[in-house]
Design a protein around this ligand. Sequence first.
Ligand code: CP
Ligand code: NVA
Length: 308
Amino acid sequence: MNHFLDIHKTAPADLRSMIDTANAMKQARNGRPRGAADDDTPLAGQMVALIFEKPSTRTRVSFDVGVRQMGGETMVLSGTDMQLGHGETIADTARVLSRYVDLIMIRTFDESVLLEMADYADVPVINGLTDRTHPCQIMADILTYEEHRGPIAGKKVVWSGDGNNVCASFLHAAGQFGFDLTFTGPAQLDPEAEFVGLARKSGSTIEIERDPVKAVEGADLVVTDTWVSMHDSQSTKERRHNMLRPYQVNEALMAHAKPDALFMHCLPAHREDEATSAVMDGPNSVIWDEAENRLHAQKAVMRWCLGV
Ligand code: CP
Ligand code: NVA
């Protein structure tokens, strides 16, 4: 069964073929009217369940549109409306949904929910973000980087800020796509040591540098994300902001990266916190392409999951 649970759990050749498919499908759509179905409709007759236990704009809309462009149908389910949010087990939910739908995408809190869903479902399951990782985002980010700058292998990516779920999937991607990653942020918010170790074992150079200026020297890509994620308690907001303020991505910091270094942010952003508008709307920012590419990358992920 081709579940798409995490980047480090997916073979590099499969990841590469998904990026190639995404690219080809994006090109094929160029110049076509907005909203038209693709020429190729590999999901015709297929039903996709999109389960959200957390808010979402990009993931929700890009999956929904992507399925429809490929000729399939979707059902968007909120965790609280389902019996899942009222005591039915994940395993039982997975068994039941498998009798109705062909593919399940779930955004949830604890990773164990995703893993149990995948264990008990008879259909492929896609990780649409957990507290721990966000693999679909990073597939879009790889597609975006390569569209603008060519192969990402051997490049230097700098993550500035919180070593969170999106950072974790970037670490996984470093190992699988062969790029180097420097994390710069406060020690309390370091990425998980297990993920750092995994990326290093794959041959990538992974550095932890507390000084953001030193960290971004020679960077080909600078990435950041919100300082308070959906799973973080709002009561930690002030403390997190105080710790993370030195790691804001602003023009002064970007000036230490390579002149053609790209800037990415998965969005939603808190402008003037983790990144300034001058950077987000500046010439090196590719945040809107990144958001668009969620659509193309996930279409390729779904095709891979379903083998169509
Ligand atoms: N980047 C991302 O996953 O955005 P949403 O939370 O809007 O889905
Ligand atoms: N780290 C963020 C990403 C949102 C897409 C969160 O988990 O809230």
